[in-house]
Design a protein around this ligand. Structure first.
Ligand SMILES: Cc1ncc(COP(=O)(O)O)c(C=O)c1O
Length: 361
């Protein structure tokens, strides 16, 4: 608890620190390339029969929204005099973002990654290593994100004075869900400025839930804006789970009769997690957002549709949100904003393998 309490106190003062805020704003603009465009997709608009905008987080430096949080927390590590960051990663995008922030901010970096994710996201493993990070393979459990989080927490608590744990989604113990939400809220704040008027719908994929809460949170009090979080069918904690505690927070969770965390399975490594951020559980319980599931096939179909019709390679994670938007009935005057959370070059092998299996090649 001591490092968590210290982190909460440090974050509370950093939030008000004009130097911290100025430095982060500068990095988000000149290093990450913010604001990212809000792109009106004419093809999706005519396909869906509603105006569909894409919030282009895929155009962020390093290729996903994860860098928004990695820079915020990387700076927090430096302002609190830590020398080293540890992180977990599933899809590798958060690991790449951390390795990038660590290179920029002169911090040592170790990234824990499950053995299964190392196999299926090998390109991101090379990127992390070449950026100077140590990638530690986690052989326990199913070799996915949950196991990587366990290993990163163990590392952190063994050396909390020197090490900062740079968690990649709005999960884990307080204050992480709050910090990650704050750093990712830049997504929704920009959408508010970029769109003339309010959208009617927001849609984003939910793994731990950081790109979605980043889009949703600034619209929380706009009661006319409905919100949909899209989970992977094989890792649907909000739509299939029960209340439980994992990695230090109470939320919806996938676990069996005997209390063991259940195996998850999604083609999108960034969605392959048995838990979800506690704030999403609150949105679910209060009805502020609805949560739905999309399966691998629908996500791969949306991925291919985007490539062939838009010339955009969406991350498989984001393709879940796109698939839901493409499969829903819309009214002509609806305005939908979809968070295109990352780019999908990392997923080409997965999609190729999936299509070969389906005999679609
Ligand atoms: C591109 C992309 N989108 C979405 C996610 C899911 O994470 P979150 O729900 O925290 O946004 C990931 C996780 O790695 C990702 O890489």
């Amino acid at each position: 608890m001591t490092p968590l309490i210290e982190l909460e106190e440090a974050y509370r003062s950093l939030k008000k620190d004009p130097c911290f805020k100025r430095e982060l704003k500068g990095l988000l603009e000149s290093f990450t390339g913010r604001p990212t465009p809000l792109y009106l997709s004419e093809k999706l608009t005519s396909y869906c029969g509603a105006r569909v905008y894409l919030k282009r987080e895929d155009l962020c430096h390093t290729g996903a929204h994860k860098i928004n949080n990695a820079l915020g927390q990387g700076l927090a590590a430096r302002y609190t005099s830590k020398k080293r960051v540890v992180a977990e990663t599933g899809a590798g995008q958060h690991g790449v973002a951390c390795a990038t922030a660590a290179a920029l901010l002169d911090l040592e970096c170790t990234v824990y990654m499950g053995y299964r994710d190392i196999e299926r996201q090998s390109e991101n493993v090379s990127r992390m290593r070449m950026l100077g990070a140590r990638v530690e393979k986690v052989d326990t459990g199913e070799g996915t994100l949950k196991d990587a989080v366990n290993a990163a927490i163990q590392d952190w608590v063994s050396d909390p004075l020197r090490t900062y744990y740079l968690l990649g989604s709005c999960v884990g113990p307080h204050p992480y869900p709050l910090m990650v939400r704050d750093f990712q809220s830049v997504i929704g704040r920009e959408v508010k400025k970029q769109l003339k008027g309010l959208p009617t719908h927001l849609a984003a994929c939910v793994g731990g839930g950081s790109n979605s809460i980043g889009l949703f949170y600034p619209f929380f009090r706009e009661s006319g804006v409905s919100m949909t979080g899209i989970e992977a069918a094989g890792a649907a904690s909000l739509t299939r789970g029960k209340v439980g505690v994992l990695h230090g927070s109470m939320s919806y969770l996938l676990y069996g009769e005997d209390g063991q965390i259940e195996l998850t399975s999604s083609a999108a490594p960034g969605l392959d997690y048995s838990g979800v951020g506690p704030e999403h559980s609150f949105y679910r319980d209060t009805g502020r957002a609805e949560y739905v599931r999309v399966d691998d096939k629908a996500a791969v179909d949306a991925f291919m549709w985007m490539m062939r019709n838009e010339g955009i390679i969406p991350a498989l994670e984001s393709s879940h949100a796109l698939a839901w938007v493409m499969g829903r009935k819309w009214k002509k005057d609806d305005t939908v904003v979809v968070c295109l959370s990352g780019r999908g070059e990392k997923d080409l092998d997965i999609v190729r393998g999936f299509l070969e299996k389906e005999g679609n090649q």
